[in-house]
Design a protein around this ligand. Structure first.
Ligand code: AMP
Length: 283
């Protein structure tokens, strides 16, 4: 595997490749990331991965400094997956000048849910993803459904900018007990780790409640959301949101769309101690 930090050197190595598939990450790789590498291999060749902890997407009080950085272990894992190039730029490589041009996603998608609780997050994500796509110029890029809203925003961005790349979604990989794998799980104490799978359990209960409704209307949906938030709070969590939304645009459904059987997804973010976890479940 070639490990490259310089944009020009990356371009030199990829010259003439028009079937590359790309998996951007922030490192501290786990099975979830590696499943995306395997998916990428099915959709193109060579596979290019990136590791870059993107300062632009972290808020001032978030964990940019403490975000786990485990470069050597990550390299070993990527080697085993047959990744051809690891693009691991430094901040100077990727942002040689302050990144003053940024991609601002539309409010109705970028300022809800994660965007409401992490102002500027998706602006930082879109900006770095656009830049990484411009560096790698892959035919396909793979993103996890674990970050459901992010996947949707990136899809829309590539569509609206007519970028010549297909966005491929990867399923969420979980621990045996149901907890979605995440680099941030490493922050959990043993007690918190034991409690953490309750988040996915709750989403499954919410799904059952929605499926069992006699009449699906907005007030019933809102009541299920409120009950779920109360339940999680009662177990000692601090939920940011538990939201049952339309899969198509992540907006709250209305009675008409519910009646028409519009597909739904439950999205959640909640803090357990100091660790903020996110998860989702399609209904
Ligand atoms: P990150 O390193 O957290 O920026 O994630 C890099 C990519 O891996 C993103 O597309 C994530 O959605 C994806 N990802 C993170 N966790 C998982 C998981 N448990 N299963 C599948 N994909 C994941």
């Amino acid at each position: 595997m070639k490990i490259i930090s310089d944009i020009q050197e990356l371009r030199d190595h990829l010259r003439g490749q028009n079937r590359a598939s790309f998996v951007p990450t922030m490192g501290n790789l786990h099975e979830g990331h590696l499943s995306l590498m395997r998916l990428a291999r099915q959709h193109g060749d060579p596979v290019v991965a990136s590791i870059f902890v993107n300062r632009l997407q972290f808020g001032p009080n978030e964990d940019f400094d403490s975000y786990p950085r485990t470069m050597q272990a990550d390299i070993d894992k990527l080697e085993k997956e047959g990744v051809y190039i690891l693009f691991a730029p430094t901040e100077r490589d990727l942002y040689p000048q302050p990144q003053e041009y940024r991609v601002d996603p539309p409010q109705q998608l970028g300022d809800i849910l994660e965007g409401e609780f992490r102002p500027g997050f998706f602006k930082g994500v879109c900006t770095v993803v656009l830049k990484l796509l411009s560096c790698v110029q892959p035919k396909v890029a793979v993103f996890g459904k674990k970050d459901y809203q992010q996947l949707m925003i990136i899809r829309q961005m590539t569509k609206q900018f007519a970028l010549p790349v297909d966005i491929i979604p990867g399923e969420t990989i979980r621990a045996q007990d149901g907890l979605a794998l995440s680099s941030r799980n490493g922050y959990l104490s043993p007690d918190e780790r034991a409690e953490a799978p309750q988040l996915q359990k709750l989403l499954q209960e919410v799904r059952e409640q929605v499926l069992n409704l006699n009449v699906r209307d907005t007030s019933a949906i809102e009541q299920i959301e409120k009950d779920a938030i109360a339940k999680l709070t009662g177990r000692g969590w601090q939920p940011d949101y538990i939201a049952i939304r339309q899969r198509s645009d992540l907006a709250p459904s209305n009675n008409q769309s519910l009646e028409a059987g519009e597909p739904l997804v439950i999205l959640t973010a909640a803090k357990l101690g100091k660790t903020r976890l996110i998860d989702n479940l399609e209904i």
